[in-house]
Unconditional design. Structure first.
Length: 168
C-alpha cells in the first residue's frame, strides 16, 4: 500500500517539476501557505502503514499496523500521541512479503536529511488535508490510516480500520 501511494505522489510531483507547492487532483493550491493541497471529494489521504515506531522524527503521522492506530510523534517530548482512541483492523497480507526501500523519499521544498516517505520541507507552509463533508458517511470503503478534514463538523478525522475518530 505504501509503495502504491508513494508512486502516485512521486508521479504527481515529477509532473509538477517538484515545485515547493503541489496540488493533487486540481490545477493549483488553495493558498500561498500550502505546500501540498488535495482536491475535495469523497477521498482521504492514507498514511504510511508501519510496523516499527522507532527512528521517526517529531511531526511524523503514521498508521501503526501493530497497534492498529493512527499516531503522531509529538514535539518536544518525542512520545507518540494516539489519534485513534480504540484499536482498529488492518490486513497486511499485500504489504508483508514486499521489501521496503528504506531510502525512498519524496520532498516538497528544498530537500534535507529529514527521514520520511513524503517530507514537506518548507518551514512556512503546511499540508491541506483532503476535505470531505461527513467522511464517516461519504467515504464508502476507507483504508486503515485514512485522514481527512470534515468540512461539516470542522474536525480532523482519522480511520483506524474499524471506526472513525473525530478531533477538534
Amino acid at each position: 500500500m505504501k509503495k502504491i501511494i508513494l508512486a502516485t505522489i512521486l508521479g504527481t510531483l515529477l509532473s509538477n517539476n517538484a515545485n515547493a507547492q503541489v496540488a493533487i487532483g486540481k490545477p493549483s493550491v488553495s493558498s500561498v501557505s500550502a505546500s501540498l493541497d488535495f482536491e475535495s471529494g469523497n477521498r482521504g489521504l492514507i498514511l504510511p502503514w508501519v510496523t516499527s515506531t522507532a527512528n521517526h522524527v517529531a511531526g511524523t503521522l503514521i498508521y501503526d499496523a501493530n497497534a492498529k492506530k493512527v499516531k503522531v510523534k509529538l514535539i518536544p517530548t518525542g512520545s507518540w500521541q494516539d489519534l485513534s482512541i480504540n484499536a482498529g483492523a488492518v490486513n497486511l497480507a499485500l504489504q508483508t512479503p514486499l521489501t521496503e526501500r528504506s531510502n525512498a523519499k519524496v520532498s516538497i521544498g528544498a530537500p534535507t536529511s529529514t527521514p520520511g516517505i513524503l517530507v514537506l520541507e518548507d518551514n512556512n507552509k503546511a499540508m491541506v488535508l483532503p476535505k470531505v463533508d461527513s467522511p464517516h458517511l461519504n467515504i464508502l470503503n476507507p483504508e486503515p490510516g485514512t485522514i481527512v478534514f470534515d468540512t461539516k463538523a470542522q474536525q480532523l478525522v482519522v480511520y483506524n480500520g474499524t471506526q472513525w475518530t473525530f478531533w477538534n
